[in-house]
Design a protein around this ligand. Structure first.
Ligand SMILES: Nc1ncnc2c1ncn2[C@@H]1O[C@H](COP(=O)(O)OP(=O)(O)OP(=O)(O)O)[C@@H](O)[C@H]1O
Length: 413
């Protein structure tokens, strides 16, 4: 099973240029997460920081109990073995055929015999649909095949965390859709923790369990897919609609007056309807992360915005609704919680994302999922207060208009 990645208060600058600051999120184990953001917002820098290729200025990235920002080189080397990375162009060696490219990490980092290597390489090539292309050189294959070869190479060391840097770049919509299905199928087979950086709206709408967005040097959102996909935040709506009018400009953020003028002229864009998440192809195992996620998300349901709650509840079967103590849709408007929800008895301490906080005193029902909100850091100017003023109570956050913004508070584990 994949491992959880805990990012806490991460900030990165290059000289005077702040790339992002105070980024906190958890990548839940085995789940697929997507990171969106306009060009230049530092998504690739974020991926590189997760693997320890770039050192952030502040904050932690904790994996299996090791903070890779401060650990020794030896520990970093060990933690890196957990990662597989698919770079944009596959990052293949041009002079090696696909077989040798994919075998490369095994020859470099393991003592496997050539026959063992062959078994692993062919198994991974089969997983990504490349059997028969072993002898091809990278220059002889399409961009999509290069990506799949890069993916097979990222898989040979059995990663527990798989990072994808714009896997859809340069692919046509059909190939992108095929690749998206491949990603979901792979997740079902290896149950690793996936993080995908992408600009592709369809990918964001159909693949992940969780979505985050970087904008104006902040992580404006990270959490269950239903939250971002039902958000009416102008920057999210603009991004999901792929429209030029809105706060995101060509190179810098537009000023508010210009945005308002554009919206007055073209009308306010609507949040596009939710699309169903891709299911695993027939014949493959279920994604176990889906079950873990359901439990986790339902525990935090009440802290999410009403549209997200509605979408989450709509995705449940009648049996699941009954199991978690929710009324069925036929009985009235969503969401209707009956008595205290009866979650299935967990076999291990339940995964919660973010971790629970003590219930505020004024919240009477202890069985309700607890609040996990954070106020919006967006739009946050350098001179503004930090995102987490001390002593802010969960209930105060809930009552505020910024319910939809959430994440872990700095310092929480
Ligand atoms: N090693 C580096 N040294 C200095 N600046 C860098 C370095 N790497 C990235 N940057 C800068 O960080 C900013 C964010 O870059 P990054 O590639 O992470 O953005 P991105 O969100 O992935 O963009 P895109 O979506 O276009 O790929 C850019 O301004 C880039 O020039």
């Amino acid at each position: 099973m994949g491992v959880e990645v805990v990012v806490d208060g991460l900030s990165k600058s290059f000289g005077p240029q702040t790339i992002w600051r105070d980024v906190s999120l958890n990548l839940p184990q085995g789940e697929i997460s997507v990171l969106l953001g306009p060009s230049g917002t530092g998504k690739s820098v974020f991926l590189k920081s997760l693997v320890g290729l770039l050192k952030p200025d502040e904050g932690k990235v904790v994996i299996n109990g090791t903070d890779i920002c401060t650990c020794s080189e030896k520990d970093l080397y060990e933690v890196r073995k957990l990662f597989g990375v698919l770079f944009q162009d596959g990052a293949l060696f041009g002079s090696m055929n696909l077989y040798d490219n994919i075998a490369f990490p095994l020859r470099e980092h393991t003592r496997k015999s050539e026959s063992e290597i062959r078994n692993v390489v062919l198994e991974k090539m089969e997983m990504v649909g490349l059997i028969g292309a072993e002898d091809k050189l990278p220059g002889e294959i399409s961009g999509g095949m290069k990506k799949r070869a890069g993916l097979a190479r990222a898989l040979v060391l059995d990663p527990e965390i798989l990072l994808f840097d714009e896997p859809d770049s340069g692919l046509d919509p059909v190939r992108t859709a095929v690749q998206n299905q491949l990603i979901v199928d792979l997740n079902a087979q290896i149950d690793a923790t996936f993080l995908i950086v992408t600009h592709d709206i369809n990918t964001a709408r159909t693949v992940p369990d969780n979505i985050g967005m970087l904008y104006r040097r902040n992580l404006v959102m990270f959490g269950p897919r239903e939250v971002l996909l039902t958000s009416d935040e102008p920057v999210v709506v603009q991004f999901l609609n792929g429209r030029p009018d809105g706060p995101i400009g060509m190179s810098e953020e537009k000023d508010t007056a210009l945005v308002e003028a554009e919206l007055a002229k073209h009308g306010r864009p609507q949040v596009p309807p939710m699309m169903p998440q891709l299911e695993v192809s027939p014949g493959l195992p279920d994604r176990t992360a889906v079950h873990r996620r359901k439990d986790r998300v339902l525990r935090q349901l009440r802290s999410l915005n009403p549209s997200a709650q509605e979408e989450i509840l709509k995705s449940l079967t009648p049996d699941e609704l009954a199991l978690y103590g929710f009324a069925s849709p036929a009985t009235g408007s969503w969401p209707q919680q009956q008595a205290a929800p009866q979650a299935p008895a967990p076999q291990a301490p339940p995964q919660q994302f973010p971790p629970p906080q003590p219930a505020p005193a004024q919240q009477p029902a202890p069985a309700q999922p607890q609040q996990q909100m954070r106020p919006s850091p967006h739009p946050r100017q350098p001179e503004e207060e930090p995102a987490w003023p001390g002593g802010l109570q969960a209930e105060e956050e809930t009552a505020g208009s910024r319910r939809r913004w959430f994440g872990r508070k700095r310092g929480e584990q």
